[in-house]
Structures are given as structure tokens and as C-alpha cells.
Design a binder for this molecule. Sequence first.
Ligand SMILES: [Ca+2]
Ligand SMILES: [Ca+2]
Ligand SMILES: [Ca+2]
Ligand SMILES: [Ca+2]
Length: 407
Amino acid sequence: MRTSMLRRLVTVATALGLGSAGLLGVGAVPAQAVVQDCPRGYFCAWKTDNATGTMFKTKVNTPTLGAWDNAFRTVANRTDKFLCTYDGANYADPVGAGVRDPDPELRDWGGPGSYSVSSLKFVPTARECDGPAYPEWHSYTAPKAAGFGDLNADRKSDIVVRDTAGRLWYLPGDLTGRMIGTGGWNAMNALTRHGDFSRDGREDVIAREASTGKLWLYPGTGTGSLGARKLIGSGGWNSMDRITAFGDLSGDGRADLIAVEKATGKLWLYPGTSTGTLGARKLIGSGGWNAMNTLVAPGDTNGDGRADLIAREASTGKLWLYPGRTGAVGSRVLIGSGGWNVMASFLAVGDFGGDGVNDIATVTTSGYVGEGCRGVGCLVLYGGTGTGTLKPGTPEMHNWSGLNGAF
Ligand SMILES: [Ca+2]
Ligand SMILES: [Ca+2]
Ligand SMILES: [Ca+2]
Ligand SMILES: [Ca+2]
């Protein structure tokens, strides 16, 4: 968010005990009162630095500004959308677009950043001022179906991202995206997918509803879209952390779920059943799992045909592989000696490299420094070796920042 220069000046003046009379001159109308003329639900602009004189207002996208072209000196965005300002008409010059957050309460008005604003539009997420709501994802066709990470079963790994407006986007792996959830997904505080739970052969999504602690199954339709949800956990799931659709751990061929109990640090297996529900849980880790701040379900990574578990240790930034056994995980093996805490999230969507071995990808935090990409929002690809370890990461320049999760 750009700092509002004028407001900051007034704030400093107030802090120094000057008051508006001292700063603005005796008899000056306090600027705040004029800015308040901007009605809620509108974007407003003025030709002066203190929001006096004629006010421009609109609540619709405006490709040309006529008499107001290059004239904005003070702006306020009292809509519930992000406002993008462009130096070119018709939303041209998107790379340099100005962005103002939704501000219905009028907390942050001020200079427009550029004095040559020639068009403006309103968008649900800041990303959309200079590009699509979703990031670029590319995957290669795998030689065999992974059974997970592939909602449309074309053997190309796909990803679902949630944007900050609570919409879901399906990324099929050809750099494009398609909206599969029109809103409301920010009500969920856990999202996971790994294979088929509903027993129709199509991959599904599982989500936890924050306000109720309920667990919902959103059945995949086989095209990347999701069908009508079904309750598979009637409550209590807020006591669990790291809810992770896993693949088959119990050994019956059906996809299972694992989760860590917050209060005890125990790791539990929730077996998938023949009816698409979850069966009675089974303890698979007696404690200590709160030390792990990420669980990743990459499928089989060491070539024994059983799905494995990767966990990140919070205190050390180490990455551990727990090889899958029947109904249990085996002794862990160190596969990442440190530094993994600079990753914001992990994506386990099968063999996106197309060499027959399952891979993982990460999205970085501000602490990441890689060759070709640094800071928040780099996508880093880690090819699997087939023996449970990972090849060195390949940073991609794709813009994966400004989202609210990917899975
Ligand atoms: Ca696919
Ligand atoms: Ca299914
Ligand atoms: Ca199972
Ligand atoms: Ca394995």
C-alpha cells in the first residue's frame, strides 16, 4: 500500500502538537472533512493535494478519463475492490499499475502515486491489476497415471490455488487457469487433495470449515471442477493440524487422510472407506509431531510402491522422509539438511516433470534467495530421484505471491 503523504504529514503535525491550525493555517477547512465527501462504494479523486475543489467519483471501470486525464492529485478508494490506476488509456502499461486497497472506511487516502493516471479499473485481488488472478503452472505429461495431483486424469499434474478473494482456480499445467470456485473458500482453513475418496476414480478435494470444525469432501468431476460437497467430518476437526490427504497408507488401496492432534502432537491415520467416508482413526505417531510445521504427501518417492510422507521440522528447517509401511510410517531419513523454512508452502502433485518419478514444488517466503528468483512468490521445482531424495531445486520466475494457498 502506498503511504498517503498528506495524511502522514497531518499525523506528524499532530504528534508534534501543531494541530491542523498550525499546519494548514488558521481558518483552513480540515482536509479530512472534504475527503469524507467521497461516498462509500466509490473511488474519488481531486485535482488538488488536499482534496479540495471539484471531486471526481466513479464505481465502474473507466478506460479514459476525459477532463480528468493526468489530473489526479489526491485519491480515495471507498469501494470493496482493489483499485488499479494506469498511466495509459484503456488500462495500458499494466506493469507500472498503481494499486490501492479496498478502503470503505476511508482510512488511507492520499496521492495517486503517479500524476499521469489515464484509466482505472476495479478488481477482486491486487494481482489482477497487472495480470491474471492465478499464477503460471506448467507440467509435462507423465508416463503413467499417478492417481493423485491430477483432477482431470490427463497425466499432467495440476494445481488448485485459492486467491485472496476466496475464489478457487484450476491450473491444468499449460500456464492457463480456470475459476472452479466463485467465492466463499476463505471460510476454509485447511485444503488438501490426494487421489480419490468418493470411490468414483476421480480425485477429490477435502476442506475444513473454520467456523464449525467440519470436514467437507468436494468430489472432483474429472474435469478439474468440483461437485456438490458432502460432510465427512461432523465437527472437532479444529483440534487437528496439518490435515493432509495422503494416498493409501492403510494398505487397502483406498486413499486415506492423516492429521496431527494439536494438544498431544500425535499423528493419526483416518482411513478412507468403501462409502467415501473416513473410518475409525488409528494412531501412527505417538507424539512429537507438533515439531513438524509441514506435512507433505508426495506419493511413492523411494520406489517401493508405497506412499511416503515428507515432514519439515520447524526448529531446524530440515526435511525428513518417513517411508510408508502398511498402516504406519517407517524410520525417518534426512533428505534436506536445512534451510527449508524459507518455503511458504509445499505442493505434491505427482510427476510434473514427466520422468516417471514423483516430484515436489515449493512456494517461497521473503527469505528465499535462489539463482534467477529471490524473495516471496518464487515457485521452486524439486525433481524426485526415485530413491526418496530430491534433486537440487530449480527456481522459476513465476509470480506465486498474493495468493491464499495452493494445493
Ligand atoms: Ca491434469
Ligand atoms: Ca472422487
Ligand atoms: Ca487406505
Ligand atoms: Ca515409498
